[in-house]
Design a protein around this ligand. Structure first.
Ligand SMILES: [Zn+2]
Length: 169
């Protein structure tokens, strides 16, 4: 029953470094808050295990349903344009939306999770005080997920290689 997250990059164990897009065979689709969400199959397995544990601890749906997962370069470019329009200053915008080509979302292993509020910067402070966010801080690494401090909803699947890497490596 114990879930062992499968490492994707080395050394792992923190934010995603390798932002290579997943191959088509590595992309699976998960039911999200507002529709189907594509993501890396290893991140999907980690997300399913994490969500199962959270549900057992009393955090009911729709909490933790994904709102965003794998993004193509074109989707990231569209989001970046919208962030520039919202924030005006690119140095502020890039705190909330990565420039096209630099987003962890293009790896398919970054997931934005529904924590009860819209995924907008205005709600970030409040989301950090929720029970579900405290649960994630305490448990997410067990399932291979690491936080991005600016965005309480954004979690990156990147388990450490030394724990779960292939034998003999
Ligand atoms: Zn994100």
């Amino acid at each position: 029953m114990t879930f062992v997250p499968v490492a994707v990059e080395r050394p792992g164990g923190g934010r995603i470094e390798d932002k290579t897009p997943p191959g088509p065979a590595d992309i699976v689709v998960v039911g999200g808050l507002e529709g189907p969400i594509p993501m890396h199959r290893c991140a999907a397995d980690g997300w399913a295990a994490l969500t199962g544990a959270a549900r057992a601890d009393g955090h009911a749906a729709p909490l933790l349903l994904p709102v965003s997962g794998y993004r193509t370069f074109e989707e990231q470019a569209w989001l970046w344009k919208a962030a520039l329009a919202k924030y005006g200053d690119p140095d502020v915008a890039c705190l909330w939306v990565a420039r096209p080509g630099t987003s962890a979302h293009q790896s398919g292993r970054a997931i934005d999770l529904h924590l009860g509020d819209p995924i907008e910067s205005e709600y970030a402070e409040g989301m950090r005080t929720t029970a579900i966010h405290r649960w994630l801080v305490a448990h997410a690494a067990t399932f291979g997920f690491y936080p991005y401090d600016v965005e309480p909803w954004h979690w990156e699947y990147n388990p450490p290689w030394d724990v779960s890497g292939p034998a003999g490596e």
